[in-house]
Write a protein that binds this ligand. Structure first.
Ligand code: ATR
Length: 472
């Protein structure tokens, strides 16, 4: 009987939690998983929600269980699996049905899929979902790309399952085709930067100040009451306070310092480069994960160069106050970069991305949720700005916070503590605020070896330098 309101394919961690969330909001949902045993296990374990879940063993059965026009969420591993499921769905869906890819797709794949489905009569939506397992279950942040009319058809169910920030749903239509997945990619790039800068500050507290994990956890817990108030700072405090049940030692000390990644951070850097937008802090964060994975090389290099860290100069209270402000300043730079990438993508792809709305739907549900995003949403709501660093509220905050970032980066360099993301944030800020930079020299060099020409400060047009005979 076709009485389900919606369908979902892929009962992995994200898919099963999203399905439970949808069912909990009063919807009847048909589910299908490639491995059928998982579908039945999921149904069995759904407790009081079992009656609202229709387990299906085939895609055909799934389509038959949903009331037309059918919305079907695809939540399988990004890549070829999505294309496979779309191909299967094309065989069983009919005109006006909607396929919603809710996985972590590369937005270029999403654009391609929109193209491939054109004229098929089927509707497609590329939807970024953030919030991990917990978010999927109780309210993620939802970033939708596709036709606005398609969004209108699924708005009710998506806003019902989304996180709420002071009552406002963290779900929005952001633009056509790849817009939703692109924004999710940049969200993840910013997330990498946030996490890396927090890890760098942890490194200073651990190796520069010699603090124990629980003490460091208390510092983060305190910071979570102030301007850094955010999910990532909150979980950092909780992580640092936890003990390993097996050894009784701090859990964090038992974890190998080799970070994994699934690729979305890398995509955000690639897209930033393609668009010609500097996103140095995000790049530094992605590179830091790669360097972290070279554990054996790092251990060998320490034997050659020594891994010694000099004590971090300054009194503890003064350094702690500086670290809080430095992390804040680094965060401003990272978000300025991420939003600049989105602004440029919006122009390049003709998406008209609503930057204040993006900041608003990141205030709850997603991994980078924070008070900060509320301030950022307000800063962008006054109309288009060149860069977050030029909005009056952030000008004031950066004026206050940048000296601390400078001191922390300088002292870390002297102490031998790596702070690649924080120092790139400072480098970005210093380069951005330098009215007279040093690229006059680069232009001279380019002209010298390649006759590329340069602009003069006192007249227009292309010019060449007097290096003809010198160059020869
Ligand atoms: P998770 O959400 O658990 O972190 P994932 O690996 O991104 O994991 O996605 C897992 C989901 O994608 C599962 O539902 C998986 O189906 P199985 O349970 O059968 O493994 C689904 N999946 C992965 N590759 C698939 C494919 N080629 N076709 C269909 N479903 C696929």
């Amino acid at each position: 009987m076709a009485d389900a309101e919606i369908g979902l394919i892929g009962l992995g961690v994200m898919g099963s939690n999203l399905a439970l969330n949808i069912a909990e909001k009063g919807n009847r949902i048909a589910v299908f998983n490639r491995t059928a045993s998982k579908t039945h296990e999921f149904h069995q374990d759904a407790g009081s929600l079992r009656d609202r879940i229709v387990p299906c063993d085939t895609i055909k059965a799934l389509a038959a269980a949903i009331r037309p026009p059918r919305p079907v969420i695809i939540m399988v591993q990004a890549g070829a699996a999505v294309d496979e499921q779309i191909a299967h769905l094309r065989g069983v869906l009919s005109a006006n049905d909607i396929m919603i890819d809710a996985g972590n797709a590369n937005f270029r794949d999403t654009m391609r899929r929109f193209g491939e489905l054109e004229g098929s009569g089927l509707t497609f939506i590329g939807m970024g979902v953030s919030g991990g397992e917990e978010g999927a279950r109780h309210g993620p942040s939802i970033m939708v790309g596709g036709a606005e009319a398609s969004w209108k058809r699924v708005e009710k169910v998506l806003t019902a399952i989304a996180a709420k920030y002071e009552g406002e749903p963290c779900a929005a239509w952001l633009g056509p085709d790849g817009a939703g997945h692109f924004v999710k990619t940049i969200h993840n790039g910013i997330e990498y930067a946030d996490m890396q800068m927090i890890a760098e500050i942890y490194g200073i507290l651990r190796d520069g100040l010699g603090m124990a994990p629980k003490e460091i956890g208390q510092v983060f817990a305190r910071w979570n009451e102030g301007r850094l108030d955010s999910y990532l700072i909150e979980i950092t405090a909780r992580v640092l306070e936890a003990d390993d049940p097996e050894t009784g030692k701090p859990m964090v000390d038992m974890i190998l310092d080799r970070a994994g990644q699934k690729g979305t951070g890398k995509w955000s850097v690639i897209e930033a480069q393609q668009l010609g937008v500097p996103a140095t802090t995000i790049e530094a964060a992605v590179a830091a994960r790669v360097l972290s994975s070279l554990k054996d090389e790092r251990v060998a290099a320490q034997a050659v160069y020594g891994g010694g860290v000099a004590p971090f100069p300054g009194g503890r209270d003064e350094v702690l106050a500086d670290l809080e402000l430095a992390l804040f300043a680094g965060k401003v730079a990272a978000y300025a970069q991420g939003f600049a990438v989105m602004a440029e993508a919006s122009r390049a792809f003709g998406w008209n991305l609503p930057l204040p709305t993006i900041a608003k739907i990141w205030r709850a549900g997603c991994i980078i949720r924070s008070q900060f995003l509320g301030t950022l949403a307000k800063a962008f709501s006054g109309g288009p700005v060149a860069n977050l660093l030029m909005t009056p509220a952030f000008v004031r905050m950066m004026q206050e916070a940048n000296p601390a970032l400078r001191r922390i980066v300088a002292r870390s360099a002297e102490a031998g503590l790596p702070v690649p993301a924080l120092s790139s944030a400072l480098g970005y800020f210093d380069s951005y605020r330098l009215g007279r930079g040093t690229s006059n020299l680069i232009q001279a060099q380019r002209d010298f070896f390649g006759a590329h020409g340069f602009e003069r400060i006192d007249s227009s047009g292309a010019h060449h330098g007097p290096w003809g005979s010198g160059a020869a």
